[in-house]
Design a protein around this ligand. Structure first.
Ligand code: ADP
Ligand code: MG
Length: 699
């Protein structure tokens, strides 16, 4: 048979099962069936006798005769089926709670079976619940097509599949038949790649992944199929990158003019770090290349991305364009606005803040000035992407904390000018290297890997409830020395009202330790109006309050250098990268800063790992890697459309060397053959996948 053949023609399938296979497992063709990889194998050579079964054996293979089949009713619609399995050395009870009718039809008293499952002891007898079972004589003789059957593939199945005789054993029989009569399979990877990386051919791999002759062959099959999967992911991304380089024309920002120079010479509050300089240079090169820039700027919290953004925006102004900065919250947008006003004072550059809470009439006037081009720099929130915000001549869009925005929202900004404006997305959530290589394969990336001088790493401690008094006396010391303190509470409940109650309880506790009027406390949460938030933030910033009790509203970008202590309550409830973001709110001034992670006494292993990681490092990249290891990529924001979550066999976490290898491999290949003219198979692939929306294109 050929991979393109309809699965209905495979011996043992037929129209009814074909329907079920399609509906339940997406298997329509022979090729689909081959790609339905087993999730593990059972080593048949490890057959045991019942007498030799031990409790920690895990899955075992037994041979024996079935007898004493019984059905016991256990409820209105429920029943239990039990049967004994004898093998001459002892007996073991087989138990089914589900699908009993079907099992009953299949089991024959006195017949011989192969039974696969996990033995456990229940009430002093050996038991096996829901074993995989097949008649000893049920297997087709293998000599006819000489497949090795030491390793038995185990497949995922659904209830529906089982009801139609498509349990894992049945599937194994189907794949066995299929592998035995499989015709030629087209190779997808170039020959020289196969040779260079010592990969099995596609046909060999597809057979061996089901029926390997040895563990080594199984490994080789998996390696080949993983390679293929990652190779095509890379090809998608890198092709898109090349495509954009060829096809997306951008404004040419050729001049470094008065705005930039005056700021640099007169206004810049501190010398740039080496990393900031390098990154600004990279961005400048990009913006004058004639191509539209689509660049990701990564830099740990506090690394000074805002200043970089500002200077790039001045370059846009120097070239006759407007620039805008979009931030995820009003607090953050407002803060950026004041930072900009401050830094640009005396330079005669009109900056405006466009956020939802601006009064309608003011907003209208503001929009008119933006449309006429009178306003040069616009800072705002989602309000910026509303349809009636029209720019006179938008040349650069900076997006802060990009993971907070959806694809749609970002692409709207992109469409606000023709040619499309240059795009700079900034993130303080470092992306683990493997992910960056895969997900952002087609995005240009700049990294600020250096903090401004004089920063001492934040010291992080883990404390539990009994030591709270000590924590509080430490806080008192700090406040009396003129410092400020954050208390952060996680969002625990679905309802904001309940969270607010927790926060208020927290506030009460804090106030009882830190009584007014000597100590002033601010409170910040999602239910305050934007004006109230701004007011509280301002009071704290000016040092009028000593303590800020807040929900994670303050997670992103808030900058109060004098705040040097952060207490995170219920720290076990936060993810690693969120803890890292929160901690980034302290350690921004000169002084030694502290982060105290309060948790309950008993922690789960992963919580403990998280807390330990936080206490041992302040390096965002290390934390990101740990986060990926602990949580897997599924929870990482922004990955949903990247393809890495749909990987069938490769893992972005465990297969880093392969990610690296495929990336370089595709890179070299495209360097030598940029149009893929010499690789018709790959070219055809690209033409097919071109229709898929490339998420990273519009980041
Ligand atoms: P982030 O990268 O987290 O957005 P910010 O841009 O908010 O960081 O910068 C963090 C702090 O560091 C700010 O207070 C900023 O004024 C300061 N800063 C930025 N660049 C430098 C520099 N080159 N030297 C000293 N301080 C700097
Ligand atoms: Mg920032």
């Amino acid at each position: 048979m050929l991979p393109t053949d309809d699965i209905v023609y495979l011996k043992g399938v037929g129209p009814q099962r074909a329907k079920v296979l399609a509906a339940e497992a997406g298997i329509r063709t022979v090729g689909d069936m081959l790609q339905y990889f087993p999730f593990r194998h059972i080593d048949r050579s490890h057959t045991k006798t019942i007498a030799s079964v031990k409790e920690d054996d895990g899955i075992v293979v037994l041979h024996g005769t079935v007898g004493n089949i019984q059905i016991v009713s256990t409820g209105k619609y429920r029943e239990r089926l039990t049967a004994d399995l004898f093998d001459g050395t002892g007996y073991l009870q087989l138990v089914w709670f589900q699908g009993t009718k079907w099992v009953r039809e299949k089991l024959k008293d006195g017949s011989k079976y192969v039974v696969i499952g996990t033995p456990t002891i229940f009430n002093g007898t050996w038991q096996m619940t829901h074993p995989e079972i097949e008649a000893e004589s049920g297997r087709p003789t293998t000599e006819s097509h000489q497949l090795p059957t030491t390793f038995l593939p185990v497949y995922n199945t659904t209830d529906k599949m089982k009801q139609h005789g498509l349990g894992t054993r049945a599937l194994a029989r189907l794949t066995e038949t299929l592998c035995g009569c499989l015709g030629p399979v087209d190779e997808t990877l170039p020959q020289d790649v196969l040779q260079q990386f010592h990969l099995l051919s596609r046909r060999e791999a597809l057979i061996a992944i089901h029926y390997p002759a040895s563990q080594a062959q199984l490994d080789a099959a998996r390696a080949r199929l993983k390679f293929e999967e990652l190779f095509f992911l890379q090809l998608d991304h890198q092709w898109a990158h090349g495509d954009r380089q060829r096809n997306s024309s951008g404004r040419v920002f050729a001049t470094v003019g008065e705005h930039f120079n005056r700021f640099y010479n007169e206004k810049i509050p501190f010398p740039l770090t080496g990393a900031q300089k390098r990154v600004i240079k990279e961005i400048r090169e990009d913006m004058r290349s004639g191509r539209q820039m689509n660049r990701l700027l990564q830099g740990d919290v506090g690394s000074g991305k805002t200043l970089v953004a500002l200077m790039c925006m001045l370059l846009a102004l120097d070239n006759g364009c407007q620039a805008c900065l979009m931030a995820p919250t009003e607090i953050l947008a407002t803060q950026h606005y004041y930072t900009f006003l401050n830094m640009l004072e005396g330079l005669d550059i009109s900056v405006e803040l466009l956020i939802g809470s601006v009064r309608a009439a003011d907003k209208r006037r503001m929009k008119a000035r933006i449309a006429s081009g009178e306003t040069k720099i616009v800072i705002g929130t989602h309000a910026l992407i509303e349809d009636d915000v029209v720019f006179g001549n938008l040349g650069l869009v900076v997006i802060d904390e990009q993971h907070r925005f959806g694809v749609e929202q970002r692409s709207k900004l992109w469409r606000k000018a023709t040619p499309a404006p240059h795009i700079l997305v900034m993130t303080a959530t470092p992306i683990p290297r493997t992910l960056a290589m895969t997900v952002y394969g087609d995005l240009d990336c700049s990294i600020i890997d250096e903090l401004p001088p004089g920063r001492q790493p934040v010291r992080t401690y883990h404390r539990t409830e009994p030591r709270r008094p000590l924590v509080f006396s430490f806080l008192k010391q700090q406040i009396d020395a003129g410092r400020q303190v954050y208390f952060v509470y996680p969002l625990i409940h679905e309802s904001e009202k309940m969270d607010l109650r927790d926060l208020e309880a927290g506030l009460e506790m804090v106030q009882s330790y830190f009584p007014r009027p000597q100590y002033q406390v601010s409170m910040m949460h999602g239910q305050l109006t934007p004006e109230e938030k701004a007011f509280e933030m301002q009071r704290f910033k000016e040092g009028k309050t000593h303590i800020m009790v807040a929900t994670t509203v303050i997670e992103v970008g808030v900058d109060v250098p004098n705040a040097t202590v952060m207490v995170i309550e219920n720290a076990e409830r936060f993810g690693l990268s969120q803890l890292h973001q929160l901690r980034g709110r302290v350690g921004r001034g000169g002084g030694q800063s502290y982060c105290i992670l309060m948790t309950k006494d008993t922690l789960s292993n992963t919580s403990r790992d998280r807390i330990r990681t936080m206490c041992s490092t302040t390096d965002g990249f290390q934390i990101a890697e740990a986060d990926l290891r602990l949580r897997g990529p599924g929870d990482i924001q922004g990955l949903q459309q990247s393809g890495v979550l749909d990987l069938q066999i490769a893992s972005i976490v465990d297969d880093e060397p392969l990610v690296r290898a495929t990336r370089e491999c595709v890179h070299d290949l495209l360097a030598k053959d940029p149009t893929l003219g010499q690789h018709p198979v790959l070219q055809r692939y690209i033409q097919h996948s071109k229709n898929k929306m490339m998420w990273s294109k519009i980041s």
